[in-house]
Design a protein around this ligand. Sequence first.
Ligand code: G1P
Length: 298
Amino acid sequence: MKRIRKAVIPVAGLGTRFLPATKAVPKEMLTIVDRPVVQYAVDEALEAGVEHIVFVTGRNKHVIEDYFDIQPELFDTLSQSGKVEQLAKLQTMQPRPGTISFTRQQAPNGLGHAVWCARDIIGDEPFALLLPDMVSFGDRGCLAGAVELYEQSGGNVISVEQCDPAETHKYGIVGKGNAVGGGFSVTEMVEKPAPAAAPSNYYINGRYVLQPEIFDVLSTQKRGAGNEIQLTDAMVGLSSTQDFFAAPFDGRMFDCGSKEGFIEANVAFALARDDINGRVFEPIEQMVAAHQRRGKAA
Ligand code: G1P
């Protein structure tokens, strides 16, 4: 079985749900506590054993490339002013030369098309895919669980969580088959079905382990929902010749492409950080209590 060495992180999306902030700042650069959203996806990939990250970018996203590059002036200034801790932190986070690649999706043709743009850099090996809007929160990152199941099951693995059955139209949904390892085999996949048509409430939460043959299916450039090239449609195509398994995630994902998910993520990560929770817990508690009092008074 081939090991998962590479991961694709698509960062070409326009971020219309976050306007006006995303007029000038890519949504992947919005910060959760003190790190941009995209850094969380990179850390999660590294934790799962990934060695090389392929970003699929678009116009107006060059700041992401700068973010992952070294900043000689900043490093010198930190060193000269004795800010040793900050400097050491940046240096440990610095990707090693040659371990990240950037390719551009030239037009917003959908997630399937973005993934297809990475085909030459990935080559003929299975790879991980992380949608960075979905930020993983838990004892260990979501991708590590998907890779662990892949090491038992082979084939393709999709990470899933259970959603409110009324919200299946927001996600890709999988049908549940026999138990396999810590997960189950996938019987069907449907992109954003109405609740009545959904095979279950297990939704695709933005982490995948895919075989390179997905690129052959994506090459046909067939358009689906929203007139976009959908990854889920390509996975359905590939499932006629290859197995798909689902790895239920035991933490939770925050949808940081939405305002409420982004705010929740900021609170959750701030409360989970020992260096900051002591200073934010009480103010948050007081704000919630004041909000409740106002609600009761109204
Ligand atoms: C994409 C996928 C969908 C998945 C979702 C998770 O949809 O197509 O299957 O459930 O990401 O965030 P999008 O959010 O791009 O509409």
